[in-house]
Design a protein around this ligand. Structure first.
Ligand code: ADP
Ligand code: ZN
Ligand code: ZN
Length: 731
């Protein structure tokens, strides 16, 4: 028997391969899913064992022994390891980086996978054997023994009950009590803490259609306020009663304390929370607690799709159309799509919900791959909210607002209600310009204008974060005054504050909510129900439940009608409907005013008159005709470089290699290299090459061969490049 086991290790490196090492048998038994510390070039890295191969391509003498075996038990269970390997292959991303992405930061850094424990004192077998009242002549000791007969207690509990340390020590010395270390945990406390609502007919039909066991995918397609969350809660209740866990994915900015509170009010079980606002230690323990089966509900953003579950019961993806489910850098995965794979692998139901489902998911309901469950009415409101187009062509606007919109805002406030103004641009004004010579403030590093901010006063590039002082006069012609053109949230806030001096104006955008605390204090103020006007970006569009908002004004949302991105119209419609959904959610009649220069555009007409579903149908038909996703499968190879010719040449060579493997045909199409829609960003010139295939299998077979060739190209080491499978952004 050899003294070493050969182990194959995935390390976090951009190299698309794994490496073999030796694990001395004396160190411990090896299994896939354990972490090891290894020497890798000049570095020491934390790698993950993926398999125990019979032999290595290298002679055994050449293999290095690992520096340490970190885990005595696999950290990744078989299912999670397999999910990561599959994802690495599907997205053509290095396995080691994928495995690292699945871990919380502390485990990634090699920290022990130990749950926080606490000490409890329990009565020993010997102690249990004593009769009531023993030990005789030591009344306090006898009382403490009686106290501990009911169950193990923490030192704090014991102290609080009036027993001193000396008494505890005396019993310990007699071996009648002992200290144990257990994972901090609450157990399932049985009854629900808030009663479930009686489902309406559509809700109960939906719930019934979701089989609690076995794999299925359901799309809960329900207008905002139709009670989708109530269906999630009741589907989760079934799982909890059966002793299983629920994993709930929410969009990045949808994970507010209000969301979490909704789950905690309903269920008396430990809930784990995983998102970027949770500190490293908290995320680590939530991950480990889910893995140990202690947390019964896990709520998290994108990367929570990789949470290990001891007793998987159901996966829920709320607002499945949301962009934040797709990671846009590094490992470019879609958490929604991986959730489908995961549910299939674990043989459990997946429930996705949205008021504005993605065309991908709608298309999957058509083909019968997903169940289509519909909720057509608001659950708690008698009214239905209408979206009224406001044609602003040739209208005199006041700081971007039409007189009809202003009247509606004032009217709402006068009635003691709240109003919301949506404007998808932060800062004061997107353009600052000289009226005499036409000079504009442009970012020196990007093909973009700089936005004027007032709080604090500066110019800011929203693409690379470059900041500079605001010039006092025109840098070109020295004219003394510069004009501020267009609207940002700060400007609207300032204008409304003057117009309504006695009403609080709350601006909610990335600048005003740098910390979770700032956002939460504004949400608390809104929740008081006092009249106020909210001014905000798409941060306001998602998930929030504002019962006192009756009036919504949408300033600029129709840009999507004329964009180069084939998804732009879909995204525009989703945004309009989501923002509109903030109005009239409870007792109040809602009204939504949509300001546009294009109120008679057929897409807007369809959306406003027949709803999101009708527009989605129309867009799907168009995509089918031109064979765009979801009717074909797309990948984009992007390249950027300080020298534009390098990036361009890299993509030209990559295209030539690709055509060598797969000749262009109607089933396998090439587009590009093209300049990206913002060609220069952060001093780099950006280009892209688009591939579209009719068959996913064919594309998947092609990709690894192509990448192997790309990696051989000298230019591949001189430009930054990446591959995006199923890209969300295509320009
Ligand atoms: P969605 O998630 O679809 O936006 P919610 O689940 O937040 O909708 O429900 C909107 C409102 O309707 C909430 O106030 C909720 O308590 C209420 N609601 C949901 N289902 C019911 C029901 N069956 N009966 C009464 N009220 C309901
Ligand atoms: Zn000038
Ligand atoms: Zn810039």
């Amino acid at each position: 028997m050899p003294e070493h086991t050969i182990i194959r290790v995935a390390v976090p490196s951009p190299l698309r391969r794994q490496f073999d090492y030796l694990l001395p048998r004396s160190v411990g038994p090896a299994a896939p899913g354990q972490r090891v510390q290894v020497a890798f070039g000049q570095q020491q890295l934390v790698g993950i064992i993926t398999e125990l191969p019979q032999s290595s391509d290298l002679p055994v003498e050449k293999l290095k022994p690992v520096l340490a075996l970190i885990d005595s038990q696999p950290l990744f269970d078989t299912a999670l390891l397999q999910l990561c390997l599959w994802a690495a292959n599907y997205y053509q991303h290095p396995v080691g980086e994928v495995l690292h992405a699945a871990l919380p930061a502390l485990l990634r850094a090699g920290e022990q996978a130990a749950l926080a424990t606490e000490t409890r004192w329990q009565i020993t077998v010997q102690g249990l054997g004593l009769p009531e009242g023993a030990p005789k002549g030591a009344k306090k000791q006898a009382n403490l023994l009686t106290f501990l007969r009911a169950g193990a207690r923490t030192p704090a509990d014991i102290e609080q009950a009036g027993f001193s340390r000396a008494i505890l020590k005396a019993l310990g010395d007699k071996q009648l009590v002992e200290a144990i270390e257990i994972a901090e945990t609450q157990t399932f406390n049985g009854p629900l803490s808030e009663l479930a609502l009686t489902l309406n007919q559509e809700q109960s039909a939906a719930l019934k259609a979701i089989k609690p066991t076995g794999f299925s995918t359901s799309l809960l397609d329900g207008v905002t306020g139709s009670g989708k969350t109530e269906v999630y809660l009741q589907a989760i209740a079934q799982q909890l009663e059966a002793g299983r866990q629920a994993l709930v994915l929410v969009p990045e900015i949808g994970l507010t304390p209000q969301t979490v509170a909704r789950f905690q009010r309903r269920f008396n079980v430990p809930v784990g929370i995983l998102h970027s606002g949770v500190a490293d230690g908290g995320r680590n323990s939530a991950w480990l607690r889910a893995r140990a089966g202690l947390d019964r509900i896990i709520i998290g953003t994108r990367s929570a799709v990789f949470t290990p579950l001891k007793h998987p019961g159901i996966i829920i993806v709320d607002e499945e159309h949301d962009n934040s489910y797709k990671q846009q850098e590094g490992f470019r995965y879609s958490a929604r799509d991986l959730a489908v794979y995961r549910a299939h692998q674990l043989h459990i139901p997946l429930l996705m919900g949205s008021a504005t489902p993605s065309l991908e998911s709608l298309s999957n309901t058509r083909s019968g791959r997903y169940q289509h469950l519909k909720l057509s009415k608001q659950a708690a409101s008698e009214h239905s909210t209408r979206i009224i187009p406001v044609d602003i062509r040739a209208q005199q606007l006041q700081e971007g607002l039409a007189s009809q919109s202003l009247a509606a805002i004032k009217g709402a406030v006068a009635k003691g209600e709240q109003a919301l103004v949506f404007i998808n641009r932060r800062g004061f004004a997107p353009v600052i310009m000289c009226h005499f010579c036409g000079w504009q403030a442009k970012c020196p590093r990007c093909d973009a204008r700089m936005t004027l901010h007032r709080q604090p006063y500066h110019l800011h590039c929203h693409h690379c974060d470059h900041q500079r002082r605001v010039p006092q006069q025109c840098p070109d012609c020295k004219a003394p005054e510069l004009q501020h053109i267009g609207q940002g949230t700060e400007r609207t806030e300032e204008f409304l504050s003057k117009l309504l001096p006695h009403t609080p104006i709350l601006r909610i955008d990335r600048d005003s909510t740098r910390s979770h605390k700032q956002l939460n204090s504004m949400l608390d103020q809104i929740a008081t129900g006092e009249p106020c006007v909210l001014v905000g970006t798409q941060m306001l569009a998602k998930g929030h439940h504002f019962p006192k908002v009756s009036t919504v004004v949408i300033l600029e949302a129709d840009g999507g009608l004329f964009s180069a991105d084939f998804r732009a119209t879909e995204k525009m419609a989703q945004l309009i409907i989501q923002v509109a959904g903030r109005a009239g959610r409870e007792a109040l009649q809602g009204q939504v005013l949509l300001q546009s220069h294009h109120t008679d555009h057929p897409y807007l007409q369809l959306l406003l008159n027949q709803g999101y579903g009708a527009l989605a149908d129309c867009l799907l038909r168009e995509r089918q005709v031109v064979e765009l996703p979801p009717f074909s499968f797309m990948v984009i190879l992007r390249a950027e470089s300080k020298r534009p010719e390098n990036a361009l040449q890299f993509l030209q060579q990559a295209r030539a290699k690709a055509e060598g493997l797969q000749a262009p045909s109607p089933q396998f199409r090439y587009l590009g290299p093209l300049p990206a829609s913002m060609e220069k960003r952060q001093d780099r010139f950006r280009f892209l090459l688009q591939l579209q295939a009719s068959s996913r299998a064919q594309l998947q077979q092609f990709l690894p061969q192509w990448l192997a060739q790309i990696e051989q190209m000298a230019l591949s080491r001189r430009v930054r490049w990446n591959l995006d499978v199923d890209p969300q952004e295509t320009h």
